[in-house]
Write a protein that binds this ligand. Structure first.
Ligand code: 7RM
Length: 659
């Protein structure tokens, strides 16, 4: 996977494409689908007019926009002059239309406790929370960091921020205190909203003590607002007087009325940090109107959501999938959604199937990693449950292998529910490459075609479009409403990262092939970003975490193919002189990475090597380390400074320590 050679070997993709099976839309489904095939031609004829029309139809404006797009490559502004509040679009207008008693979220705690939040409840709680934010000195434009488990207060906190125009930055609860420090400091957040903990695999997971640790190094933070979730199950939550405030003490006594203030279309809605090819995560900027249009429109057309659907996106809200397809898209469409706090294997691997049966879930959106984990448990478990309510399935986060696609189709979708394999990124804000159910004939393993209005291409190293049947780099050739507006505080990095590789085109960092019928097959990252269980982790972030340990001299990290998680992290470590290596140190280093970044970044394999393969200019040759990790014959070694070193590493790799 060097820059010259997209991931996934040619042979592999030929096999995938030779799969040959295709699934035309069911005519009954097609007859009542939200999307139609005419949309493609309409959008292509005049993309700006297409987006403008939909923005007028779908968004409730406090002031209409006068200009659809201002495109000063690579900086886009959409729907200029318009004013709106995204929470009015997600809540107030539904309540005003008589949907106050409709359920917004069925929430299920891992221990089995439940809550039902209607749109009227959501309106009240969001307004109270917004008033609490104001009382704590948070105003329009101030940034708020959110570090919470999957409880109703998480979307409520996000929406409360949005109501007063305070951009939120949600940090996934699995990230460490140090990751939290970096994000809070980059965003200069004034407030941190958190909880005492959350439930995961039957145990309370402490969040507040990580916040306390972080707050020793985050001078911008004035207060924390803390939800009591685990309570007495985890005694001893420390509250610093004057700084830390219990949510129930502050929010509950607020007035239930806080007007949705009019904000510019381009007002910053949120920052979400994502891994790039350096150790420093990028704060991806999303703004209001374009993001709202992108998420609500794709949510309606891709998932074919109808008023009586029970929709479950099983991602964590801490990732972009949760922002777009648990919070903003579904709420804008007045959808009834499901929110589950815990792990899929607690109390057993039947938990999801039980939930689907109990709540009669009609739409399920999850990641290939989860599907493969369920496959491993066997089809007997889903078979014990009535899953007949499911009418559509989605996949996101990584390429879905045809075997997993077919298993999902047969065992979860009852052989009839269409599957939408949706490609998109934190940066794209909403789904860009996907089938439209009822319209597109799907092929297992292909994300099929660009969404109407999106112009995608596959290009060679010179930026020239490749012919059908060939592979190359996935690019986007025109701005789209929900695109990122930049990297927080670093416009130059934004330009260089996304628009610098191919002039005039957005480079997604993914390799892709297009088959003879023009179907797109995503091949994974072509840069130094790994994809572990659908989560992006940069090789360099993990390397920096390792080198941060006092015993480590140097480290190189690569992604190794993994049947369950897509990729697994493989670390090659050189220790400082006189350090004794062995299982104990390997375990220590793994834990160190978990402490620095979070559990998801813990290397699965870790080996000690006397040296790393380098070019004469001192660049680590990750390509060779990938060959070692995969147990492949070595590629070209002629540029190595010391040709012997890989053989030594390879001899040692037999003992790679797999947890
Ligand atoms: C939504 C999300 C983005 C990266 C992206 C790809 C990979 C996502 C698919 C996929 C193949 C898919 N945002 N990716 N969806 N690869 N098929 N359907 O995952 O910012 O966290 O990751 O994920 O490599 O660049 S993300």
């Amino acid at each position: 996977m060097t820059a010259e050679q997209p991931a996934g070997s040619g042979a592999e993709i030929e096999n995938l494409m030779a799969e040959g099976r295709s699934f035309p839309p069911d005519p009954g489904f097609a007859a009542r689908a939200n999307a139609t095939k005419e949309l493609y031609a309409e959008a292509a004829a005049d993309p700006e007019a297409f987006w403008a029309k939909l923005a007028r139809e779908r968004i409730t404006w406090q002031e209409p926009f006068h200009t659809t797009l201002e495109w000063d490559l690579p900086f886009a502004k959409w729907f200029l002059g318009g004013k709106l509040n995204i929470t009015e679009n997600c809540i107030d207008r539904h309540v005003a239309a008589g949907l106050g008693d409709k359920v917004a979220y069925h929430w299920i705690g891992e221990p089995g406790d439940t809550r039902t939040i209607t749109y009227a409840d959501l309106l009240r709680e969001v307004q109270k929370t917004a008033n609490a934010l104001k009382e704590l000195g948070v105003g329009t434009g101030d940034r708020v960091a959110i570090y919470m488990p999957m409880i109703p207060e998480l979307p409520i906190a996000m929406l409360a921020c949005a109501r007063i125009g305070a951009p939120h930055t949600v940090v996934f609860g699995g990230f460490s205190a140090e990751s939290l420090v970096d994000r809070i400091n980059d965003a200069q957040a004034k407030l941190v909203i958190t909880a005492d903990g959350g439930w995961r695999r039957g145990k309370p997971v402490d969040l507040k003590s990580a916040v306390d640790e972080a707050l020793t190094r985050t001078p911008s933070v004035e207060h924390t607002l803390v939800v009591r979730r685990v309570g007495d199950a985890q005694p001893g939550t420390a509250m610093t007087a004057g700084r830390d405030l219990w949510w129930h003490e502050i929010v509950d006594r607020q007035a239930a009325d806080c007007p949705a203030i009019p904000l510019d279309s381009e007002h910053m809605l949120y920052l979400l940090y994502t891994s790039g090819t350096t150790a420093k995560p990028k704060g991806i900027i999303h703004t209001t109107a374009g993001y709202l249009l992108g998420t609500s429109l794709t949510h309606s057309w891709v998932f074919d959501v109808k008023p009586d659907d029970v929709y479950w996106c099983a991602a964590d809200i801490g990732w972009v999938t949760g922002h777009s397809y648990i919070v903003y898209g579904p709420l804008a469409n007045a959808t009834t959604g499901l929110l589950y706090e815990g792990a899929p294997d607690t109390p057993s691997w039947e938990r999801w199937w039980q939930i689907i049966e109990d709540y009669k879930v009609t739409i399920l959106y999850t990641a290939p990693t989860a599907i493969r984990a369920f496959m491993k448990q066997g089809e007997a478990l889903p078979r014990k449950h009535d899953l007949s309510s499911l009418r559509l399935l989605g996949s996101v986060g990584e390429p879905i292998n045809p075997e997993a696609w077919l298993w999902y189709h047969e065992n979860i979708g009852g052989g009839s529910a269409p599957i939408v394999d949706t490609w998109w990124q934190t940066e794209t804000g909403s789904i860009l490459i996907t089938p439209l159910p009822g319209v597109t004939t799907t092929k297992p393993g292909s994300a099929t075609f660009p969404f109407p209005g999106i112009e995608a291409d596959v290009v060679d190293a010179n930026g020239a479009s490749v012919p059908l049947g060939s592979g190359g780099y996935l690019v986007l050739k025109r701005p789209w409403p929900s695109m990122l507006r930049g990297i927080y505080g670093d416009p130059e990095r934004y330009r260089a990262t996304y628009w610098g590789r191919f002039p005039g085109m957005y480079f997604a960092g993914d390799g892709a092939k297009r088959d003879s019928e023009g179907y797109l097959w995503l091949l994974g990252r072509v840069d130094d970003v790994m994809n572990v269980s659908g989560h992006r982790i940069s090789t360099i972030e993990v390397e920096s975490a390792l080198v941060d340990h006092p015993s480590v001299a140097e480290a190189a990290v690569v992604g190794k193919e993994d049947p369950l998680t897509g990729q697994a992290i493989f670390a090659f470590v050189t220790t400082k002189a006189g350090i004794e290596t062995g299982d104990a140190l390997a375990a220590q280093l793994r834990d160190h990475v978990a402490k620095v970044i979070g559990g998801i970044a813990k290397p699965k394999y870790l080996i000690f090597t006397p040296d790393l393969p380098k070019t004469r200019s001192g660049k680590i040759m990750r390509r060779l380390l990938r060959d070692v990790a995969e147990g492949r014959p070595l590629g070209d070694t002629t540029t190595l400074a010391d040709a012997g070193v890989v053989e030594t590493i390879r001899a040692g790799a037999g003992g790679a320590d797999d947890e």
